[in-house]
Design a protein around this ligand. Structure first.
Ligand code: ADP
Ligand code: MG
Length: 590
């Protein structure tokens, strides 16, 4: 009897892979530009039409391919970049899975012309939905030109997911900018509907940034540092370049653009009071880490990496930016320099001056500087790392005991739901779930940037029309809490990332639950919608009754609770902490 298991046809396998590699026209642009860079091109031209949906073309003057390679490169797992598994860990080129071209070809109509320097004649190849239609010799100059037409024409369902032409064009331009920044020595041109949008000559990084963003070079501050673990170089912008959105923050790890809210925070926080509230600094910074110390393969199309030593990178980045800003505006003494460079340098109260002046901006008065301003800068340089950056309490990694818990002693847990403690000499009972919810709620109130962690396998959830409308209204606020969510098709949302303190398993359920709880409270006119959302998120992210806590976890939880503005009752008026005072104890025994 024949079995029921069959091998997927190659074309189907490629289409499935394409779902990962090719999410939208910008992903095609990224892959083609990266291939051109890897091919050693010195000048690259990008042409798009209709947001890349009907036409994407990349022309390069790189190595080109001979007739054999021109055919081979469209096969899955065809790559010239790795020959053995060990190479994966030691990779300096951009591509490495040999999947991009095969995936792209399976969901579009492709035409390539290519010629290597050694060949006298070039190759033209046409592929429709993964099937080779034509392969022939052709006259060509050396290099490669690949045109991708009618993306997703054979997969209508995917095509429907494409956003407006404006949105897709914007995504493409962002990819173009990132690659142009990563390779300033290469010349780039960008044409949209045959109109030139950008022409960049090869040069220094500083020229490139200035050209690309039309920024004056004197607004850019050279930044450089090298330690055993990581090298940092690039430019940070003067506070004048800060914007209200995070859009102008470019961080690269080993040449690859990355999104890392945690590291971006390290940089922004180093500016301290040089920035107006709720503005974000401009920067283009490159981190160089030994390839084996960084995992770029977490998700090939997502801009995320995992550092072996993320905390070190955070502290170092923060110190380097502080030092750079400090040196740029005043020359600190050797001792202060050392201080700025010492990770986690202790806050020195003797350096504290009178209250901070938020209007202080050294860029406005570059020449004469009074001693008080100097002291304020000094204070900036010595501001300790904020509490929000300490590890969250239930990440599963034991962290150092928060000092203020000295006030809470003799802890133990009852019914896996309450913590009994002596707080300032008094017997207290704490509801562990409400305590944690309060801690999270106040953290959300502070509006500090909350670190988010990308999911390896993004999850989608379906919503009713009404819930979706509600979601859309609150999307920005939800994402500000560390979620990375967006709409997905007509009636679903996709969860790409979660607050890093949440356990991954229950992530999607939490988002649903937050929406549910939010529905119940948001009609309440006494609280704002944002507040209702924060309460719902805190409630659902908090540990529940039934969770066994270690002594360290209890101690940390109480430590954080006691630092809350309000820690005896929550917003809804429910008790979090009950004190059994001496008199109440006496009453029991009367
Ligand atoms: P990867 O980049 O991961 O190796 P791709 O599918 O993107 O996989 O490309 C497959 C191979 O095709 C590359 O390894 C390279 O040898 C060749 N190739 C692709 N694009 C170009 C190009 N523009 N110029 C020269 N060779 C190219
Ligand atoms: Mg590639």
């Amino acid at each position: 009897m024949p079995g029921i298991i069959q091998l997927l046809p190659e074309s189907t396998a490629n289409q499935i892979a394409a779902g990962e590699v090719v999410q939208r026209p910008a992903s095609v642009v990224k892959e083609l530009l990266e291939n051109a860079v890897d091919a050693g091109a010195s000048h690259i031209k990008l042409f798009i039409k209709n947001g890349g949906c009907t036409h994407i073309q990349v022309d390069d003057d790189g190595s080109g391919m001979n007739a054999f390679d021109a055919r081979m490169c469209w096969e899955r797992h065809a790559t010239s970049k790795i020959t053995k598994a060990a190479d994966l860990y030691n990779l300096h080129t951009l591509g490495f899975r040999g999947e991009a071209l095969a995936s792209i070809a399976s969901v579009s109509e492709v035409e390539m012309r290519t010629k290597s320097a050694e060949e006298s004649v070039g190759t033209r190849i046409v592929i429709h939905a993964g099937v080779v239609e034509t392969q022939e010799n052709t006259a060509a100059t050396h290099g490669t030109s690949i045109a991708v037409k009618n993306l997703f024409y054979n997969i209508p369902a995917r095509k429907n997911f494409l956003k407006s032409i404006t949105v897709e064009t914007k995504h493409i331009f962002e990819e173009y900018q990132r690659i142009a920044l990563a390779y300033p020595a290469i010349g780039f041109e960008f044409y949209n509907q045959d109109k030139n949008l950008s022409k960049l000559r090869g040069g220094s990084l500083k020229n490139r940034i200035a050209d690309l963003f039309s920024i004056k070079e004197e607004e850019l501050i050279d930044t450089r540092e090298q330690t055993d673990i990581v090298g940092i170089h690039g430019f940070i912008g003067s506070p004048k370049l800060a914007k209200r959105t995070r859009g102008s923050q470019y961080l690269f790890a080993n040449g690859r653009f990355i999104k890392d809210a945690y590291l971006n925070h390290a940089i922004s926080s180093a500016y301290g009071r040089l920035l107006e509230e709720k503005t974000f600094p401009f920067f283009v910074l490159f981190l160089d880490v030994e390839p084996s110390k960084i995992d770029v393969n977490i998700h090939p199309t997502k801009h995320e990496v995992k550092f072996e030593d993320g905390r070190h990178v955070y502290t170092l980045l923060q110190s380097v930016i502080k030092k750079t800003l400090g040196m740029h505006y005043v020359m600190p003494t050797q001792a202060q320099l050392y201080n700025a460079l010492t990770p986690n340098s202790e806050y020195n109260p003797s350096l504290k001056t009178t209250g901070p002046d938020v209007r202080f901006n050294p860029f406005d008065a570059p020449r004469q500087r009074t001693s008080t301003e100097w002291e304020k800068l000094d204070e900036l340089l010595n501001t300790p790392i904020e509490q929000a950056q300490q590890r969250p309490i239930f990440s599963g990694v034991p962290n150092k005991i928060i000092e203020t818990t000295e006030a809470a002693t003799d802890l133990f847990q009852i019914d896996q739901a309450y913590i009994i403690a002596k707080i300032n000499g008094e017997l207290c009972v704490v509801n562990q779930h409400r305590a944690h919810a309060q801690v999270l709620y106040e953290r959300y109130q502070d509006q500090q940037q909350i670190a988010s962690q990308q999911l390896l396998f993004p999850r989608t959830i379906e919503l009713s029309k009404a819930d979706l409308a509600l979601y859309l209204e609150m999307k920005e606020d939800i994402n500000a809490l560390g979620f990375d969510t967006s709409e997905f098709g007509n009636d679903a949302i996709i969860i790409n990332g979660l607050p890093s303190e949440l356990s991954k398993a229950d992530g999607a359920d939490i988002v649903l639950q937050i929406i549910e709880d939010f529905k119940i409270t948001f009609h309440d006119l006494k609280i704002t919608k944002q507040d209702a959302l924060k309460q719902a998120a805190a409630k659902n992210a908090a540990i529940k009754a039934g969770k066994v806590l270690t002594a360290l976890e209890m101690s940390n939880l109480l430590g954080e609770l006691l630092q809350c503005e309000q820690y005896t009752t929550n917003k809804a008026g429910k008790p979090i902490l009950i004190k059994l005072t001496k008199s109440s104890l006496e009453r029991f025994f009367q």
